[in-house]
Design a protein around this ligand. Structure first.
Ligand code: KIV
Length: 271
C-alpha cells in the first residue's frame, strides 16, 4: 500500500482509523516550505516539525538550543507548504518543563502563530500535568518516550533505551499515562522491538517508531537521514532512500565548472 488517496485531510482521528484498519502511518520531519510541499504531495500522513531542526538546520550538537521563536518560524513555513498532511510541532526544550501554565502558554503561541494541527512533547509521568492542560485547551498532543533527545545530558549517550527491566517498566507505565492524559499518539524512539510491540498492543492510540522495530503503528524518520543529506549519521535503524549529498555535490561541482569554463550562461540562457 502506498498513498491512501481517499484521505483528503489527515487528522488525529485519521491516525486512529489507520491503526484500527491495520494501515501503517508514515511520518517524516520537515522544517521549511519547499520540502513540506514535496512531502505533502507525495502523500505523507504526518509532517513533524521536529526540534531536530536544532541539529540539521542550525548545526547544533543537540536539540537543546532551539528556541520557541525558531520553532514557530519553521512550523509556519511548513504549514504554508502543506495541504493534506497532519502537521505536528515539537515543543522545544525549556518551553514546557517548568510548569503546566508555561507549557500551555508555549502551546498556544505555536498554535496561534503557525496554524499547526498538533504538538509533540517528550516525557511521561513528569510532564503529564502539562499534557492534560494543553489537551483540555483543545490542542492535540503526541507523546514521545524512549530516547528523548532533550534529556541527552541525563542519559549521557544516544544508545538504545529501556533494555533494562526497570526502565522498560517505566516506559510501559508512561505510555498508559500518556494515553489516559489524552495523547492521540506516541513516538517510541530507539527501544527494543519486542518492547515496542508490547506497548503498541497495550494501547488504543497508535505508536510511531524510530529505531523501535516493525510492530509500531507507524514510522518516522528525520528527512536529512532518509534523503542522505546527512552522511555522518548511520545508525542500524536508518534506511536511506536517496544519496542527496552526492547528487547535490555533483550538481554544484558541475555548475562551478560551467561558470569557470564560460559555458554557463550560453546564448539561449541570456536576454
Ligand atoms: O525532533 C525530531 O526530529 C523527533 C523525531 C526524531 C521523532 O522528535
Amino acid at each position: 500500500m502506498s498513498v491512501n488517496k481517499q484521505i483528503k485531510k489527515v487528522t488525529t482521528n485519521t491516525l486512529l482509523r489507520l491503526k484500527v484498519n491495520g494501515e501503517k502511518i508514515s511520518m517524516i520531519t520537515a522544517y521549511d516550505f519547499s520540502f513540506a510541499k514535496l512531502f505533502d504531495a507525495a502523500g505523507i500522513d504526518v509532517i513533524l516539525v521536529g526540534d531536530s531542526a536544532s541539529n540539521v538546520m542550525a548545526g547544533h550538537e543537540s536539540t537543546l538550543p532551539i528556541t520557541l521563536d525558531q520553532m514557530i518560524y519553521h512550523a509556519a513555513s511548513v504549514i504554508r507548504g502543506t495541504e493534506r498532511a497532519l502537521v505536528v510541532v515539537d515543543l522545544p526544550f525549556g518551553s514546557y518543563q517548568s510548569n503546566s501554565e508555561v507549557a500551555l502558554a508555549s502551546a498556544i503561541r505555536i498554535m496561534k502563530e503557525t496554524g499547526a494541527h498538533a504538538l509533540k512533547l517528550e516525557g511521561g509521568e513528569e510532564v503529564v500535568d502539562s499534557i492534560k492542560r494543553i489537551v483540555s485547551a483543545g490542542i492535540p498532543v503526541m507523546g514521545h518516550l524512549g530516547l528523548t533527545p532533550q534529556s541527552i545530558h541525563k542519559f549521557g549517550t544516544y544508545v538504545v533505551r529501556a533494555k533494562e527491566e526497570a526502565e522498560a517498566n517505566k516506559l510501559r507505565s508512561d505510555a498508559l499515562i500518556l494515553q489516559e492524559a489524552g495523547c492521540f499518539a506516541v513516538v517510541l524512539e530507539k527501544i527494543p522491538a519486542a518492547l515496542a510491540k508490547e506497548v503498541t498492543e497495550s494501547l488504543i492510540m497508535p505508536t510511531i517508531g524510530i529505531g523501535a522495530g516493525m510492530h509500531c503503528g507507524g514510522q518516522v524518520l528525520v528527512m536529512h537521514d532518509l534523503l542522505g543529506i546527512n552522511t555522518e549519521f548511520r545508525p542500524r535503524f536508518l534506511r536511506t532512500y536517496l544519496n542527496m549529498a552526492e547528487q547535490v555535490t555533483g550538481a554544484v561541482k558541475q555548475y562551478i565548472a560551467d561558470v569557470k569554463n564560460n559555458d554557463f550562461p550560453n546564448e539561449g540562457e541570456q536576454y
